[in-house]
Design a protein around this ligand. Structure first.
Ligand code: SME
Length: 204
């Protein structure tokens, strides 16, 4: 099957439970076990989720094109240090920590980093990362500290990527929606399973 076809959603799929089960198995097949690089796998995961949700639009978010952004923010410690010495930190090692950096995504451009350092942390992604739990925001305008990357976003869900064997958080998976109340408990359950699959499929 051509890779792009993995984002097709058959017309027989009409409920969210069916949609998330279908998307999980499509992603499982797409994440080739021979290829465990997280940049590569997160790129395909964000594309698959975004494109599948677009195809499922008639059944999601009141029938509108609902999900406008889907991607990842990752602990800056996971990124390789620069090879050009002039760009390294004073210690000669790496650029600032205490941040989540923008990773692979689909949608419009978004903020490049999010503070997670004590006293500086703010927003839905930082909260999900620091509290190690999924945060569902029904209305972004009433969420204290929400960072608006796109003024059209109305609701949001952020799942942490948890490396169980190390009890550590690697980053977050973030989805934005154009309607209030876009994500419910079925989306939370479906996305948490997908987050677990993604973590397991990559080397970190
Ligand atoms: N709204 C997020 C920022 C990331 S964008 O939505 C892509 C937050 O409050 O952390």
């Amino acid at each position: 099957m051509p890779h792009a076809d993995s984002a097709l959603v058959p017309e027989t799929i009409t409920t969210k439970a069916e949609f998330w089960a279908h998307t999980y198995s499509q992603l499982e097949a797409l994440l080739d076990s021979q290829q465990r690089n997280w940049v590569t796998n997160l790129s395909n995961a964000s594309s698959l989720l975004y494109s599948s949700l677009l195809a499922f639009s008639p059944h999601f978010g009141n029938g509108q094109r609902a999900v406008n952004w889907c991607g990842f923010y990752l602990d800056s410690e996971l990124f390789p240090q620069p090879r050009n010495p002039s760009q390294r930190g004073e210690s000669g090692v790496r650029a600032p920590s205490g941040r989540l950096l923008l990773g692979p995504f689909n949608g419009k451009p978004a903020c490049q980093y999010i503070n997670i350092a004590p006293g500086k942390a703010r927003g839905v992604c930082a909260d999900a990362f620091l509290q190690k739990r999924t945060v569902v925001v029904s209305d972004v305008e009433s969420y204290p500290g929400h960072i608006a990357c796109d003024g059209e976003t109305r609701s949001e869900i952020v799942c942490p990527l948890i490396l169980r064997e190390a009890s550590g958080v690697l980053g977050v998976m973030d989805l934005d929606c154009l309607v209030v109340g876009g994500f419910d408990n079925e989306d939370k359950a479906g996305l948490e399973k997908i987050a677990e699959l993604i973590v397991t499929a990559c080397d970190w």
